[in-house]
Design a protein around this ligand. Structure first.
Ligand SMILES: *Cc1c(COP(=O)(O)O)cnc(C)c1O
Length: 474
């Protein structure tokens, strides 16, 4: 496919200025001496060019997207409409509180809703993504110990954790101590006990963990940590696993972040924007980033008056459009948020049971919203790797699952169907996965050389990340 620069053909889409117009009133030094160098084609050609480009992309509108830990569900399009309402989208972030009462009310009510959903006592909507929420939460924890006059340096993180967990804690100045998982894919309590001392500030956990398995001993863990004077951080990026069934407060956690762009209706992929609100228990309330949105019974306002605030972590209101979508989604769903979790868990278990014969299931436990298979059998028997299987899925109008994560599973294939797919879609996916398993056995070359039908074949991902070549040099 040609670039839009190569398609430039002398046809003009728009006339920016009438060249015959007298421009002598402009100071000469501001008048352009050469061509501007923009591509130029007719309006229809421009439209077709970008449509063709977008057709080369895969998206949720095109097919099944079971990318584990990413919750690529359907996000109601009506929420896009609401986020783009002029009163929201044209609101200047510098306006006074009295001139943006509606926006503040929305944020306040979203904070209240997230308090109910997480069981926590206070919320900041500022962080712009999950990892940013983690950093904010860890800063709050650091501040908590600072105020207490304790200098705890260590944070314990299970070996199955999302990579952002150790990165965020480390960025915050903590030393990372890894705790092993046991044969059930859960935190090994005996190992954990050995790691506890007065230097441990917190444990960062994901529950259900990244294997999709619920940590049965979470209450014992929270007692152990609190008895040790430590706090518990909950990575709630994939909250669709538990909404309405339980919450981090009931499990004994002190800080939790949510990914509004996973669980609460903001489409993601391609880099955002997102929102990673952080919710905390009462004794950490004063450490949240200022301002938080407050209500005095008459007016909504930005409250900067937090005694031990860690300061601001994001300009203005955070990513406000994402907050609008989340609030609309929560209002729309109401008590059915619980049903979303129910379906997310049901769908994952359905797929797990259908696929566990053809692929290895390293932790054969009931799962929550996702589960992790291994491609080890295919690798050993036919030298077909998980990467090959992922590429073969692209030929079947299916986005590959997350692969090679979590790190504790060899040849990992991490599948998250989400709540919004029908049984028919899930059954089609099962057929495709079984067909690929069959091909791996009987026609391995086909899988090893996949994809065969995509616009580009296998890319050198390292080179693409290290030396991206993004500009057109004509
Ligand atoms: C996605 C995810 C994150 C990070 O969220 P970002 O918005 O990508 O920064 C953290 N933890 C888990 C478990 C996740 O799935």
């Amino acid at each position: 496919m040609k670039t839009i620069f190569e398609k430039t053909n002398g046809v003009q889409g728009v006339l920016l200025t009438d060249e015959k117009e007298d421009l002598s009133f402009i100071d000469k030094k501001f008048v352009r001496k050469s061509q501007i160098g923009l591509p130029q084609v007719g309006e229809l050609d421009a439209m077709r060019h970008y449509k063709e480009l977008s057709d080369k992309n895969f998206c949720i509108e095109k097919g099944f997207y079971p990318l584990g830990s990413c919750t690529m569900k359907y996000n109601p399009k009506v929420n896009e409409l609401l986020a783009s309402l002029e009163g929201f989208s044209s609101l200047h972030p510098e306006v006074d509180d009295e001139d943006c009462q509606g926006a503040l009310e929305l944020m306040y009510k979203l904070q209240e809703a997230l308090k109910v959903i997480t069981g926590m006592d206070a919320v900041t909507l500022q962080p712009a993504a999950g990892a940013h929420g983690e950093l904010t939460g860890m800063m709050v924890i650091k501040k908590y110990f600072e105020v207490k006059g304790e200098n705890r340096k260590k944070v314990i993180i299970p070996d199955s954790a999302h990579g952002t967990n150790p990165a965020s804690a480390h960025l915050c100045g903590f030393d990372i101590i890894s705790v092993k998982s046991n044969e059930k894919g859960q935190v090994d309590i005996e190992e954990l006990k050995k790691l506890l001392d007065s230097d441990v500030a917190a444990i960062m956990m994901t529950n259900p963990n990244t294997l999709g398995i619920f940590e049965e001993n979470v209450l014992e863990i929270s007692n152990l940590m609190h008895d040790n004077g430590s706090l518990l951080y909950y990575d709630g990026a994939n909250f669709n696993a538990i909404m309405g069934y339980t919450n981090p407060k009931l499990m004994g956690f002190d800080v939790v972040h949510l990914n509004l762009h996973k669980t609460f209706s903001t489409p993601h992929g391609g880099g955002g924007p997102g929102a990673g609100p952080v919710c905390v228990v009462g004794n950490l309330k004063e450490m949240l980033p200022a301002p938080v949105i407050a209500y005095d019974g008459e007016k909504y306002y930005r409250n900067y008056n937090l005694k031990n605030s860690i300061g601001s972590v994001k300009g203005f209101f955070g990513n406000f459009g994402v907050l609008v979508r989340a609030y609309a989604y929560i209002l729309m769903m109401g008590k059915n948020l619980k049903e979303a979790s129910e379906n997310a868990v049901l769908n994952a278990n359905y797929l797990k049971e259908k696929l566990k014969g053809a692929y290895l299931l390293p932790f054969d436990e009931p799962c929550m919203h996702e589960f992790v298979l291994s491609g080890e059998k295919q690798k050993e028997e036919n030298n077909v790797s998980t990467l090959n299987i992922a590429k073969a899925l692209m030929d079947e109008n299916t986005h590959p699952p997350t692969v090679y994560f979590p790190l504790i599973v060899h040849e990992a294939i991490m599948i998250e169907p989400t709540e919004s797919e029908t049984k028919e879609v899930l059954d089609d996916f099962v057929d495709v996965m079984l067909k690929i398993a069959d091909d791996a056995k009987n026609n391995p070359e086909k899988v090893i050389t996949a994809p065969h039908s995509t616009p580009v074949k296998r890319l050198d991902e390292t080179l693409a990340a290290r030396k991206p070549d993004l500009s057109y040099k004509g």
